[in-house]
Write a protein of this length. Sequence first.
Length: 329
Amino acid sequence: MPTCPAPVRPLDDAAAAALTSLAAGLLADHASAVSPALLTALPGACDRLPDAVRHALRPVDTDDGLFVLRGLRLDDRELGPTPGHWSDAGDAGALWDVTLLLVSALMGTPIAWDGQQDGRFVHNIVPSPGHESEQTGASSEVLLTPHTEDAFHPGRAHLLLLCCMRNHDRVATTAASVRRTALDPADVERLRRPVAPILPDDAYEEARRFAGRPDPVPTLFAAPDGLTLRFDPAYTPLDGADAGWREAYGRLGAELARVSVAVSLEPGDVLVVDNDVVVHGRVPFTARYDGTDRWLKRASARVTGRPTRPAAERGEHGYGQAALTAWPV
Ligand SMILES: O=C(O)CCC(=O)C(=O)O
Ligand SMILES: [Fe+2]
């Protein structure tokens, strides 16, 4: 797998400084990165950024379905130890939470989930003892299979943002764009039919106890700009699917593996992924558990009016989960 052929969007020093000082000002005004008032102040703060910065921070607009924003400065010596678990993170790296929220707010509306990481809008992704083999951000020893983020839910993000705090071992995030695959039109037709459901992942304890019937959902969707996908094989039971559909699903997985790129994020990088076009994952690694582990911050945003998903999704129950938005929309 090639390492980082992902498109890089450079942020020049002036733009990086404007963003960082805006984030520092917001954090000083609100004392904590998890303050609800800070969230509602984000759009007004974004309006104060120069046009050039706003342009550099436009959403993903190519068939790669992703880019790496590079240019924000992060000094490892100023960062405390990597938390051992997301629940120990507290205010660690809070300036980066606010920076990531600003980048998200420039592209859409940040969202969060009651049932994930205490409803925080910025998640801490760190390897945690006891979770090594899970299919969640806290794992390490296993391949995190390529997936659409929060694929089980109709309110999932359009954009996923991963900001790298620390990555000494250069562990790669993987990403594959459905628009780079070469699929047989007959397979596309099959996979556009709602055949198998996608269950909530292990990060959502409450949703996993939901008693309602899981609805089958389409895997592919023909949007006006090209194909989009909703794909999470680790949480997709295939028992109700016929053999032809299963084979097509397998060929989609193989094509995504063929076009997959490995992005080894550097401190200060923000990987922006179009969650309708690209599935992402992570290669296996061995956790250090000594305070110097890999550490990412993750935010999610919705972009209103995007024609990238079937209208029928709006009728889904979402396993009783509701996304929270940073401000009323
Ligand atoms: O650790 C990574 O590179 C990606 C993990 C992941 O899938 C996520 O944070 O949503
Ligand atoms: Fe993910």
